[in-house]
Design a protein. Structure first.
Length: 115
């Protein structure tokens, strides 16, 4: 995600993967709170969407664990997507999964069969 495209209190998706092949995504929904809120290190602040709606918006001085605050540096924004970006990411995962499945199927046809 480009930093200039982030909107305060906008909905975003943090996509990480549970496998090396990048086929099993873990998708977290979060709200963007702003950049360098604590004026310390230039981090980008996101809040877990569920706690945002249950507890309200986090403010400095409140417990970051209770509000499930995510702080990230600019280079980690490549893992953050808006709705359209998430859709594109899922299509890429789907296509990669289909390629792996097709390769396994083709390999199975080439393997000698036991009698």
């Amino acid at each position: 995600m480009n930093k200039q495209d982030l909107s305060i209190e906008g909905v975003y998706f943090l996509v990480t993967y549970l496998d090396r092949e990048l086929l099993v995504p873990k998708i977290d929904t979060c709200m963007y709170l702003g950049m360098d809120i604590l004026q310390v290190d230039g981090s980008y602040y996101f809040q877990d969407a569920e706690t945002y709606h249950d507890n309200g918006k986090w403010l400095p001085g409140l417990d970051t664990l209770e509000f499930k605050i995510l702080c990230m540096k600019e280079d980690f924004l490549e893992n953050v997507f808006d709705y359209s970006g998430l859709q594109r990411q899922i299509e890429l995962i789907k296509k990669a999964g289909q390629n792996i499945t097709n390769n396994i199927t083709a390999l199975q046809w080439r393997l000698p069969r036991a009698l």
